[in-house]
Design a protein around this ligand. Structure first.
Ligand SMILES: *Cc1c(COP(=O)(O)O)cnc(C)c1O
Length: 432
């Protein structure tokens, strides 16, 4: 098969089928062998170009190989800066800490300590749960329907997708599930349900150690919490001394149009998890922001070998420099407006298929009445040179996440390809 579908100069996909584990996933829908990437484009090893509306599931908000970030990393390597140093003090870490405080925290009047966790998002979630449990002496975490927080056991217990939960092999415990905003239909404020359950001594729900929530559910079908809902949730948490954890792993670093997804609601979380686009280059790096009063884990209590990825610190500092440039934020917000306008146009065109736009900022989704349609559109888009994935427990939403810096041309190119893919699939063409 790989001989037929790839020219002779291509490596083909045979080596992956032969040697890589069955657990591999994205590469099944997008079976190209990628060799180069720049900005919003990727090229396979035959030279074919793809517009990237996937952005590494939110790890590539600034696009592939942003020149400023690449230059900073190359300079650091050339100067023999330490790449790995456990959590020793390094100049790279010092610069990142200072820059993060200046560019992200101070303008918003936020005060947090920075806990560098292991390099995955799941590890930042584990650290947040440990911290909240230490602070409160309580065990159960309230997580929401549709939530996704990673796949290590603690984080998996808080994640909602049946497929992922089913792989745990042990009971997933110490999480109480509550309905996310909109889960019970329009006009139902699900915070009412939550308050009743945690305040009523006859509900059977213990006072939780934390609430963990995403401002937009990147894996949960692009459901977005309204600012009012988040504000109410934060107030409920504050009144009952329940730490509020914002999982900003996918919504953070500009995805919603601001650096944090919670800024629009004006809430101040007790703990904030960041990862994916933090390094700006796709290098692994995660961070837990901790309100100083809650910084109660002692030295070494949440340790890990790769908490000092100095290349990621250098890259992340260069990415923060972008945020300090005049006009950067306005450009991101403008791109978000263009993307929403483009998708609103597509939704109007396919209104008869029940097409609606979901999400916020540059983390948007297109849902259809026919739940299998997005998967088919994703495959049809790939054949036309567009990478766009699906989201939701049943893959029922197309997830549209171009780089936040994508220019008008790239955006137009991607939206045109998306339009073609939906047209073909809705007319019954392009079967897998
Ligand atoms: C990706 C993601 C995680 C998990 O991050 P990993 O690096 O895959 O462990 C957690 N929460 C959200 C919202 C995510 O999008």
């Amino acid at each position: 098969m790989s001989l037929l579908s790839h020219p002779p100069d291509s490596l083909g996909t045979q080596v992956f089928e032969e040697l890589e584990s069955e657990v591999r996933t994205y590469c099944r829908r997008f079976p190209a062998v990628f060799a180069r990437a720049s900005g919003h484009l990727m090229w396979d090893d035959t030279g074919r170009a793809y517009v990237d509306f996937m952005s590494g599931a939110g790890a590539l908000n600034y696009g592939h190989n942003h020149p400023g970030i690449v230059a900073a990393v190359a300079d650091y390597l050339r100067a023999e800066g330490p790449v790995h140093a456990l959590d020793l003090h390094t100049t790279a870490k010092a610069r990142f800490l200072r820059r993060f405080s200046e560019v992200v925290l101070e303008p918003l009047g936020l005060r947090y300590r920075l806990h560098f966790t292991g390099p995955t998002g799941a590890n930042a979630i584990e650290a947040a749960f440990k911290t909240a449990r230490r602070v409160t002496g309580r065990t159960d975490i309230v997580a929401f329907t549709g939530g996704f927080h990673g796949l290590s056991l603690g984080a998996l217990a808080a994640s909602a997708t049946a497929l992922k939960r089913g792989a745990a092999g042990v009971p997933l415990t110490h999480v109480t599930r509550m309905p996310y905003d909109g889960y019970l239909g329009e006009g139902v404020d699900t915070v009412d349900h939550l308050v009743k359950m945690i305040d009523d001594p006859g509900s059977g729900v213990d006072l939780p150690a934390a609430f963990v929530v995403e401002s937009v559910q990147g894996e949960g079908g692009l459901a977005a919490a309204s600012p009012q809902w988040l504000r109410r949730l934060a107030a409920v948490a504050g009144e009952r001394q329940i730490p509020l954890i914002l999982d900003e792993i996918q919504t953070g670093c500009g995805r919603t149009g601001e650096f944090f997804g919670f800024t629009e609601a004006g809430v101040v979380p007790d703990l904030v998890c960041l990862s994916k686009s933090l390094s700006g280059l796709g290098l692994p790096m995660s961070l837990l922001l901790v309100r100083p009063e809650l910084d109660l884990l002692g030295p070494g209590e949440h340790s890990g070998t790769f908490r000092g990825n100095n290349l990621a610190f250098v890259a992340a500092t260069a990415a923060l420099d972008l945020w300090a440039e005049p006009g950067f934020r306005a450009a991101v917000r403008r791109t978000a407006g263009e993307l929403r306008a483009g998708l609103t146009g597509l939704a109007a065109r396919w209104r008869h298929l029940g097409c609606t736009v979901r999400g916020r900022g540059l983390i948007l989704g297109l849902s259809f009445a026919e739940e299998r349609l997005p998967g088919r559109v994703s495959s049809a888009a790939f054949r036309r040179g567009l990478l766009v994935e699906t989201s939701g427990a049943r893959g029922q939403t197309l997830k549209i996440m171009p780089p936040i810096l994508i220019g008008d041309d790239g955006l137009r190119q991607g939206l045109d390809l998306l339009h073609e893919a939906i047209s073909t699939v809705s007319e019954g063409g392009d079967h897998d």
